[in-house]
Design a protein around this ligand. Structure first.
Ligand code: UD1
Ligand code: CA
Length: 445
């Protein structure tokens, strides 16, 4: 079997995004578009992956490592971009897939179909992936002859009214026989409406040389090209609906799927229930039988089995929640270990802390972890009970089984099984309230 190489174009200016960052770094499900694509390409086990970037795209170059980078000095068009990758492909024989970094939703199966089609005939130099979008917008159009063979791709800017009426569009994805690639690319010129070197011209060039071109059709929801923010949101919507369906197939209940937002890497156990309005940022792993209640926001966190989170909980990076834990409403947890069976039920901030097994953290407890310069740790032992509205001034330790009185500001360690309490003495003045009210009434008459 012959090999596959992939060339991913990412050097375009992305002007229509109106952004300081390269278009392909814009994220879908918390992951740059280009990385989605490289993940998919990886499934084909390619012999070589080359990413074409412009010279100043360090962020892209870093993101795509260890893929090979080819630099396109100036963004003079997609054909010119492929030319920049030719040196990297020297000596390669097999099929070269050309992909656009702004078309992140394509699936590996579709790429396999293209490769299979290319290999049906030795004369077939180019296979193009076409699709029929509901609204063809400014996509290039595939021109076919009476037998349905592909004869040309016409860019929207260059198309006449008849060509613009064609519903079959160019997704940008191509499979090209490496034996012909360099010859075809070198023959592309820039005599067109945009003055660009169009990759799409290689179809007509191949046919002039006695080779043939073919197309396969793909699904619109895989082939959306992201040129602006509205299309970025469309890509996000497509990816989210795939992830929601996959989560349910794998055994999670989503009470209102449309309102749950996943990250590309969210991992859910079985019999997880997710209530409406939950948002998953990157790096979340949820164990079996966990319930995540409405309007919770989670990122960079692992949750052990049977825990209950929310409603309105915020779990930030480094929150390690063990099993049977309860994190209740308006609780924020950051970079902390919450051990088995512990409860933080209401209105707390837990940062840089360890909460021991079965400990109970009262409403309004705050770990004061930051002095404006450095962060410090709070360590709460197993079975400890922290009374409501306690400020724990880190670094500080509360031993196993200790109790902290409500309203305390604890800045010294509390020994195991001790009571730690910091509270001004309470005074009572008998009859004071009644005298106060009587005085007020008299003054107002
Ligand atoms: C391109 C196709 C069009 C197709 C559409 C599908 C051409 C000439 N046109 O148009 O037929 O319907 O994609 O989405 O190919 N790039 C470079 N260097 C450049 C120019 C572009 O690397 O000099 C990269 C971009 O970063 C992008 C991709 O190539 O990832 C496509 O470029 P873009 O300008 O978005 O092409 P479209 O106008 O969308
Ligand atoms: Ca595009």
């Amino acid at each position: 079997m012959s090999a596959i190489a992939a060339v991913v174009l990412a050097a375009g200016a992305g002007t229509r995004m109106k952004s300081a960052k390269p278009k392909v770094m814009h994220e879908v499900g918390g992951r740059p578009m280009i990385s989605h694509l490289l993940g998919t390409v990886g499934a084909l086990d390619p012999a070589k992956v080359v990413v074409v970037t412009s010279p100043n795209m360090e962020t892209v170059q870093k993101e795509v490592a260890p893929a090979e980078i080819a630099i396109q000095q100036e963004a003079l068009g997609t054909g010119h971009a492929v030319a920049a990758a030719l040196d990297s492909l020297a000596g390669f024989s097999g099929d070269v897939l050309i992909l656009y970094g702004d078309t992140p939703l394509i699936e590996a199966e579709t790429l396999r179909k293209m490769i299979a089609k290319r290999r049906e005939s030795a004369k077939c130099a180019v296979v193009v992936l076409g699709f029929e979008p509901d609204d063809p917008l400014e996509y290039g159009r595939l021109v076919t002859d009476a037998n349905g063979n592909l004869t040309a791709i016409v860019e929207f800017a260059d198309a006449n009214a008849e060509e613009r009426a064609v519903g079959l569009c160019n997704s940008g994805v191509m499979a090209i026989d490496a034996a012909h690639l360099a010859d075809l690319i070198k023959a592309v010129d820039n005599k067109n409406a945009k003055g660009e070197y169009y990759l799409t011209d290689i179809v007509e060039i191949a046919i002039k040389r006695g080779l043939t071109c073919a197309y396969v059709k793909g699904a619109e929801d895989e082939l959306l090209g992201v040129n602006n923010r509205a299309q970025l949101a469309e890509a996000e919507a497509i990816a989210q609906s795939r992830w929601r369906a996959a989560a349910m197939t794998a055994g999670a209940t989503l009470i209102d799927p449309e309102t749950v937002w996943f990250s590309h890497d969210t991992k859910l156990g079985r019999d997880v229930v997710i209530e409406p309005g939950v948002f998953f940022g990157p790096g979340v792993t949820v164990g079996d039988n966990v319930r995540i209640k409405a309007y919770s926001h989670l990122e960079g966190t692992t949750i052990g089995e049977k825990s209950q989170i929310g409603p309105f909980a915020r779990l930030r990076p480094g929150a390690e929640i063990a099993g049977d834990v309860k994190i209740g409403n308006f609780v924020e947890v950051k970079k902390s270990q919450i051990e088995t069976g512990a409860k933080v039920s209401h209105l707390s901030y837990i940062g840089d802390a360890r909460i021991g097994a079965e400990a109970n953290i009262g409403a309004g407890t705050i770990t004061c972890n930051y002095d404006g310069y450095d962060k410090f740790k709070t360590d709460i032992g197993a079975g400890a009970f922290i009374g409501s509205n306690t400020a724990l001034v880190a670094p500080v330790k509360v031993g196993d089984g200790a109790i902290v009185g409500a309203g305390s500001t604890i800045s010294k360690d509390v020994a195991a099984d001790a009571l730690g309490i910091e509270r001004a003495e309470e005074k009572q003045k008998a009859g004071w309230a009644k005298r106060f009210r009587d005085l007020k009434k008299k003054v107002r008459k």
